[in-house]
Design a protein around this ligand. Structure first.
Ligand code: X2X
Length: 345
């Protein structure tokens, strides 16, 4: 090697091995540092800003797990699409590149189609119905379908919320106002079919692209629960917010199966208890945010209206959306949903 090559090589070496070397040095020279190195380090990626209750409560659970495991287990959170968009994180959690991810049911349905069942348009009337179903047989059924698709999941689902519609060009008062609307929806076949059924022109984009695509008018509208409109500051790039309440959406806490199996039983119990309890607290947080959201979003400049659901339901029936999705999901899945919501078709 010539002298001239040294700096590059040194730079390369330091970049490649800095972290392991630091670890080695710490464990070689300091017993305290050695004790602090976790036996199980789980990377957890998600698509939401740090301020969303999902991240706040997940961090609390991670702290609790670190303490209860006496430092044997550490969960490192990567919020806000730091590790890529939803589709990337879904691939990573399956391959083991990350150990944990909280995809929306809409997004999981690209792997396990039954997971979209909670998102059937205008199915749930309220949260009482939602949690009965998702903490009951419907949730268990979806978790089994996800397991078949290669994903372990904790029992308790986390709340995203009832999805509402925001636009930059006009309020949505009825189904006719949806006609031709360029609206961003998540990467999910059900969302696309539903908005086509309503007469809109939906485009699938990952959440990481939403703010910029609204800002640059690639799309004029998007649909998300109010807490997301708040924490992602979508009110900065939207004018109207129509409380269409069209889909109830939640996040599944999924894990890479091999990483989960490697965890000793005591750590599995600590982790699932912490995350299931955190989910219940997160649901309360979202509920409180929802109560305050309308006033706060109005103060941020959004014009809010409350359309009745009738014209949207009628448009979906006419477009054959319910019949088509009943067939797609199959009778078993559909009847399970209807056992909580009442007849939909
Ligand atoms: O991407 C969205 O719209 C979000 C944040 O609601 C989901 O994760 C589906």
């Amino acid at each position: 090697m010539t002298r001239a090559m040294m700096p590059d090589r040194r730079r390369f070496l330091s970049a490649a091995v800095a972290a392991p070397l630091a670890g080695l040095a710490a464990s070689a020279f300091s017993p305290a540092a050695r004790a602090a190195a976790p036996e199980f380090l789980f990377k957890y990626g998600n698509n939401l800003p740090l301020t969303h209750p999902l991240n706040v409560r997940a961090q609390e659970a991670a702290n609790q797990i670190r303490d209860a495991s006496k430092g044997r287990m550490e969960i490192r959170i990567f919020p806000n699409n730091q590790l890529g968009g939803d589709t990337d994180m879904l691939a990573q959690v399956r391959s083991g590149g990350i150990e944990m991810f909280t995809p929306s049911a809409l997004v999981v349905s690209t792997l396990a189609p039954a997971a979209a069942i909670n998102a059937v348009g205008f199915a749930f009337n309220d949260y009482t119905q939602v949690w009965k179903a998702m903490d009951g047989q419907l949730g268990a059924y979806v978790r089994a379908a996800m397991a078949k698709a290669g994903l372990v999941s904790f029992e308790k689902m986390w709340d995203n919320g009832f999805r509402e519609t925001t636009t930059s060009n006009r309020p949505i008062n009825n189904a006719a106002d949806m006609r031709g609307l360029k609206i961003r929806v998540p990467v999910s076949p059900l969302s696309i079919d539903m908005f086509k059924g309503l007469g809109a022109a939906p485009a699938s984009l990952q959440f990481s692209e939403v703010y910029s695509s609204l800002q640059t008018h690639i799309v004029d509208a998007q649909e998300n629960p109010l807490p997301i409109v708040q924490v992602a500051k979508l009110y900065e790039v939207q004018k109207y917010c129509s409380l269409t309440h069209h889909i109830w959406d939640g996040f599944w806490f999924v894990l890479n199966p091999r990483a989960w199996q490697r965890l000793p039983k005591d750590l599995q119990a600590i982790a699932s208890d912490a995350f299931n309890q955190a989910a219940l607290k997160q649901r309360d947080d979202v509920s409180k945010l929802n109560e305050a959201a309308v006033t706060e979003l109005q103060a941020k400049g959004l014009t809010i209206n409350r359309p009745a659901p009738d014209t949207f339901r009628a448009a979906l029936r006419q477009a054959n959306f319910y019949a088509q999705y009943k067939e797609k999901f199959g009778n078993e899945t559909w009847s399970l949903l209807e056992s909580y919501t009442g007849k939909l078709v």
